[in-house]
Every structure is written in structure tokens, then in C-alpha cells.
Design a protein around this ligand. Structure first.
Ligand code: HEC
Length: 128
């Protein structure tokens, strides 16, 4: 999001600024589909898998801390998903411990089961 304070600029300066900030500074208008995800999560809709991952899972899963399957490591994740995605979801929701300690819902107690599953999907999707 770009916030341009234009009150002190002449029209010429303003249009100069405007042309410099495009397209990187393209304004995200409400209802515009390109800003849909960011807007939706602000309104109490479910958090996206990416949001949940970033706030609750990456602490362990970005580095592979404690034996956590690492984001981006296809082999790590293949070894997990081969036993079936339902099991993987349920381990993420309920927690489990085999070689390390996966806390229930990654300690995101305000997350719904669906949000935790979306975070699992996000990690798997980014580990191919
Ligand atoms: C405190 C560290 C930590 C956090 C936070 C964490 N995990 Fe984990 N996670 C682990 C560890 C360690 C394992 C591996 C456990 C094992 O194999 O014994 C694991 C394993 C998993 C697995 C594999 C399950 C399986 O069946 O093999 C999934 C899926 C998973 N985590 C999802 C998540 C999600 C989603 C979040 C965030 C909502 C999250 N984790 C947050 C440490 C963490």
C-alpha cells in the first residue's frame, strides 16, 4: 500500500509522483479482486494458509527446528504425506510427537481446524 500525501504538491509535481509510483504503487481499491485476500482477512473471514503459516508455523517449519518438516523440502514432506493427507491434517490439528514435538495447532489456539489445514496445504504447496 502506498500512501501519498499530496496536499503540498502542485498538479505537475503530483502527476510526476503518480507516474513514478506506477505500476509498483498501484492503488488497491476496495472490491478490487487483486486485493481480495488482504481485504477478506480483515473482515473476520478465515485466515489464509499463508497468514497462519507466517504467524504460527514458520518459527519451527522454516528452519526445520526440532525435526519439523521444512518448508521447501519436498523429500521431508513426501515422507509425511505418503501416509495420507488426513493423518497429516490430524497431526497438525491435534499435535503429535515422533522424532520431535509438533504442538496441537502449532499453538495457534484461536485457529480453526480449517485454518490449520490451510496452513498445512500452504506448506505442502510450497514444498514441491
Ligand atoms: C514448536 C515448533 C512447531 C510449531 C510452532 C509448528 N510445528 Fe509442525 N511440527 C513440528 C515438529 C518438530 C514436527 C515433526 C514431529 C515429528 O515428526 O515427530 C512437526 C510436524 C508437522 C507436520 C507433519 C505431520 C505428520 O503427520 O507427519 C505438519 C503437517 C505440521 N507440523 C504442521 C504445522 C502447522 C500447520 C503449524 C502452524 C499452525 C505448525 N506445524 C507449527 C514443530 C512445530
Amino acid at each position: 500500500m502506498v500512501c501519498v500525501s499530496a496536499w503540498a504538491l502542485t498538479d505537475k509535481q503530483y502527476s510526476d509522483v503518480e507516474s513514478r509510483i506506477q505500476p509498483a504503487g498501484k492503488v488497491c481499491l476496495q472490491g478490487d479482486s487483486s486485493c481480495g485476500a488482504a481485504m477478506a482477512s480483515a473482515g473476520g473471514a478465515p485466515k489464509s494458509g499463508e497468514d497462519v503459516y507466517k504467524s504460527s508455523c514458520q518459527g519451527c517449519h522454516a528452519s526445520g527446528a526440532g525435526g519439523a518438516p521444512k518448508l521447501g523440502d519436498a523429500a521431508d514432506w513426501a515422507a509425511r504425506t505418503e501416509k495420507g493427507i488426513e493423518q497429516v491434517y490430524s497431526h497438525a490439528i491435534n499435535g503429535f510427537s515422533n522424532i520431535g514435538m509438533m504442538p496441537a495447532k502449532g499453538l495457534c489456539m484461536s485457529c480453526s481446524d480449517e485454518e490449520v489445514m490451510a496452513a498445512v496445504d500452504y506448506m505442502i504447496e510450497h514444498s514441491k
